[in-house]
Design a protein around this ligand. Structure first.
Ligand code: SF4
Length: 323
């Protein structure tokens, strides 16, 4: 089974497990980020410290200003909107080889969405919600990447999708350094079932791009492929699509299985369809058969191992642990 994972480059809000840089001088403990440190390269950033606000500092908030929003530190009456806009644009445009972002939720700086916007700098009601200044710029500049806040990553489904996207992007980024079409074809072959689970339509487009029948310039082929790869993985895969992939994979050894084995597999798939067992129940059976029948092509599939397995934990009862 393919187990060599690339190390994704991940931009991280510095206050998440890395540094006590919050306004109150605290650090946010995060078990998932701790685990990630063994598998990814962090690019830490605290935009508020970077624009000179210091630790500890008076809190800042987003304040409505007609149709615009300003970033204000009420205790000092400072308006740091322009400084923060400038820092965000500079920092993000200088990033090289980045695969994803994990940002602190609810922060007027790092939040990705639904951060409160207040009526006034002084005590006043919230009049709306929106992305934080830095978080909003991240989404604007890197729309195709794996971007989440630590609040949403507590959901296992969101976390699995995030990790799949992050590690697939890192793998693609490493592969494209060779600039060889043969490596792209190999990448596509290994990701075939994973992509099929995400989007049959994009899988077909990606297959045509990797074949490069029109003999396009390699740089263009890689750029088009990357764009469609990001599109394919924009939303989590659906249960019905995963079942479709299970059925395709079963076809590789269905003649060699006993009718009891096949029956058991179909029952497991049915339980998965009804949401009564996890995705990994049916996947585990297929993995076992791929090993038993030495199906090299299947054993290389990213569908079986999209990211390091220890990044998602299960209790003995088979239920995911909320880290
Ligand atoms: S949320 Fe962002 S700006 Fe606020 S302390 Fe954390 S890293 Fe710094």
């Amino acid at each position: 089974m393919m187990k060599n994972f690339p190390r994704p480059n991940l931009v991280m809000s510095n206050c998440l497990e890395l540094s006590a840089c919050r306004y109150n001088g605290q650090l946010v403990r995060d078990g998932f980020v701790k685990k990630l440190s063994q598998h990814v390269n962090f690019i830490p950033v605290c935009p508020e410290v970077a624009v000179g606000l210091g630790v500890p500092r008076f809190p800042i908030r987003m304040v409505a200003d007609g149709k615009d929003v300003r970033l204000i530190q009420p205790a000092t009456s400072s308006d740091i909107t322009d400084k923060m806009r400038q820092f965000s644009a500079n920092f993000l445009s200088n990033l090289d080889e980045v695969d994803g972002f994990i940002l602190k939720f609810r922060s007027p700086t790092c939040g990705l969405k639904e951060v409160r916007i207040y009526q006034k700098a002084e005590k006043s009601p919230a009049v709306g919600k929106g992305p934080g200044f830095f978080g909003g710029k991240v989404i604007e500049m890197f729309p195709g990447l794996a971007i989440e806040d630590e609040g949403r990553l507590r959901s296992l489904k969101i976390r699995e999708h995030f990790l799949t996207k992050l590690f697939t992007h890192a793998r693609f980024r490493e592969m494209k350094k060779s600039g060889k079409i043969a490596d792209l074809t190999g990448f596509h072959a290994d990701c075939k079932f994973l992509l099929m689970a995400y989007s049959q339509k994009e899988l077909n487009i990606l297959g045509n791009l990797a074949a490069n029948r029109d003999d396009k310039q390699i740089k263009m082929v890689f750029a088009d492929y990357e764009r469609h790869l990001n599109d394919a993985m924009a939303a989590p895969s659906k249960r019905s699509s995963n079942i479709n992939v299970f059925t395709h994979i079963l076809g590789y050894f269905s003649k060699q299985l006993s009718s009891n084995e096949k029956q058991f597999f179909l029952e497991t798939v049915q339980l998965y369809r009804e949401g009564r067992v996890p995705f990994t129940s049916a996947l585990g059976l297929l993995k076992g058969w791929a090993i038993r029948f030495q199906e090299e092509y299947l054993m290389r599939q990213a569908f079986f191992n999209p990211f390091p397995v220890d990044l998602v934990e299960w209790t003995d009862a088979g239920r995911p642990i909320e880290l």
